[in-house]
Write a protein that binds this ligand. Structure first.
Ligand code: VG1
Ligand code: CO
Length: 538
């Protein structure tokens, strides 16, 4: 039976860069998840009888909240729920399922690259019918509803068996358990030349894919080792675990260090890759060469026409503001536009829907295209494999040739994690207060706070990051993370363009050393955060 449960509003149910993320312990409070899910439904119109897609990255507390969401969808009048077997769907796979089955929208349970387990993080986000993260108009409405909620609707039906494919019902709503991998694998075969990649593996090409005990394990096993015939053992850490094996499912040089060390060793395979908790990020490393996500975006855009799904060329490229301008140079040569958006995939949706951009990317290891409306880790890996199969050159040769042709955008990001939130706010404010006086000092030509006017719907988003511009492709950007669950995380992004090939061989930390010091001093990072050095350098 469906019932109406009285509840009280919780503070702080404000979606961040990508959904609502909190400690598991916060989500485990009575009514907490229910309030947020009801606030999502209360922000939407016209879903009666329609389809909702449900899935998550399999982290701790996923099974409980999936069942809650099913009961609440039934009580709120959805006609059908499509849910991945075991309650699992990678974020890009969920986006695909929403689009393919023309669902009204979807709820994805994930805290992405954040740590899992009882002491870790949990998250919920809503995606609209285009398959993409809800735009700010909707996330603002969800937050507004969460602040005044007094009741939620739920059925008192027992748990649904999510381990068996097929249909059951919860009251008058159909629950259809689907294979989480099948539709996604089919889409990848439409985009990429699987025969060419298979032939490359047959001729001895070696790869390692680190699924980090997260959601991409089953996808990578099925696609890389199954359909593409890569040898067993190509995929490591391929079994999703609720706590990701105690590790941090963030494919960066700190948390995927083992992969990095292997790729730099004499016995390195040809290609190394990893993905994050919910499968939307990608880390790409060639033998002896780490490819920064910003460079990877530029290289994928420059070579995408080699894959059948992009043979007709690109309509445009889009990148988040802190992402390096390497992609802008590719766009310029292709004669297409490059859009600069705020951080977070939700800002790419309109550009993709309007066919103004085909490929999008972020410096945080996210790349994707118009095939779905999320960034897509395995997609990036497969596009790279397709390019390698067609060009028949090493990653290192391809990357160095790209730099020689376009110039190199030296790039690094320094993260100061879980610092005091007030100190971090003061740091940003103190930079803002100096917009008028900074230009003319230290070679700074302009200083501002990035704002974005969406060219499709005219919405304006401000305060998206402090930019210190030095001219000729050199800049320092400061912003605070919107995905953390404790304190504040300060991200400092540093970039310098170098046209001269004889100067392309430096370690970015060396090439950018003067700017790194300047960033530290100009923002008084130590004074505001108490930190002498960053926790993570990428
Ligand atoms: C981070 C990244 C951003 C990304 C977001 C979600 O956000 O910087 O580029 O879109 O995570 O990615 P923030 O606000 O912490 O900088 V995921 O894979 O965590 O959904
Ligand atoms: Co993610």
């Amino acid at each position: 039976m469906s019932k109406v449960v009285p509840t009280q509003a919780f503070d702080g149910q404000k979606p961040g860069t990508s959904g609502l993320r909190k400690k598991v312990k916060v989500f485990q409070q009575t009514h907490y998840a229910e309030n947020f899910i009801q606030s999502i439904f209360d922000s939407l119109d016209g879903f009666a009888g329609k389809t909702l897609v449900l899935g998550g990255d399999g982290r701790y507390y996923n099974p409980e909240v999936i069942q809650t969401a099913i009961r609440m969808a039934a009580a709120n009048g959805f006609g059908r729920v499509l849910v991945g077997r075991g309650g699992l769907l990678s974020t890009p796979a969920a986006s695909n399922v929403i689009r393919k089955y023309q669902a009204f929208g979807g709820i994805i349970l994930s805290a992405s690259h954040n740590q899992g387990g009882p002491e870790g993080d949990f998250g919920i986000k809503y995606n609209t019918g285009n398959g993409g993260p809800a735009p700010e108009r909707i996330t603002d409405a969800i937050f507004a509803h969460s602040q005044k909620i007094t009741t939620y609707r739920i059925t008192d039906t027992p748990d649904v068996d999510l381990n068996t494919l097929g249909k059951t019902s919860v009251e008058s709503m159909t629950v259809e358990v689907i294979d989480p991998v099948a539709d996604y694998a089919e889409l990848m075969q439409q985009l990429f030349d699987f025969d060419a990649i298979r032939a490359m593996f047959q001729s001895g090409f070696r790869m390692r894919f680190d699924a980090m005990h997260a959601i991409t394990g089953p996808y990578a096993h099925a696609i890389l080792e199954g359909l593409l015939g890569a040898p067993a053992g190509t995929v490591v850490n391929g079994t999703p675990l609720p706590d990701f094996g105690g590790h941090h499912p963030d494919p960066n040089l700190v948390h995927a260090k083992e992969l990095y060390d292997l790729m730099m060793s004499p016995d390195a395979p040809d290609f190394g890759a990893a993905s994050d908790g919910d499968g939307d990020r990608n880390l790409i490393i060639g033998r002896n060469i780490f490819v920064t996500p910003s460079d990877s975006l530029a290289l994928l855009a420059a070579n995408a026409h080699l894959a059948k799904g992009y043979a007709k060329g690109l309509a445009g490229i889009a990148r988040s503001m802190p992402t390096s301008a390497a992609a802008d140079r590719v766009a310029e040569r292709l004669g297409i536009k490059c859009f600069e958006t705020p951080t977070g995939w939700k800002f790419f949706g309109n550009l993709l829907d309007a066919n103004m951009a085909t490929i999008c990317g972020e410096e945080s290891a996210g790349t994707g295209s118009n095939h779905v409306r999320e960034k897509d880790g395995l997609w990036a890996v497969l596009l790279w494999l397709n390019i390698l199969a067609v060009r028949g050159e090493s990653m290192e040769a391809i990357v160095k040739a790209h730099w020689a042709s376009y110039g190199r955008n030296y790039y690094t990001r320094h993260d100061y994690e879980e610092v005091d939130a007030d100190g971090a706010k003061r740091l940003i404010q103190s930079l803002r207060d100096r917009f008028a006086t900074l230009p003319g000092t230290h070679g700074i030509v302009a200083a501002d706070d990035f704002s974005y006017l969406d060219p499709v719907d005219g919405s304006l988003t401000d305060s998206q990051g402090i930019r210190l511009m030095f001219g000729e492709g050199t800049r320092i950007v400061f912003r605070l993370s919107g995905t953390g669950t404790a304190g504040a995380t300060l991200r400092v992004y540093i970039e310098r363009y170098e046209a001269e090939p004889s100067r392309h061989g430096l370690d970015p930390q060396v090439a950018l050393a003067d700017l790194i010091t300047l960033a530290r001093n100009i923002a008084s990072i130590q004074a505001h955060t108490g930190r002498v050095s960053p926790d993570v350098i990428t």
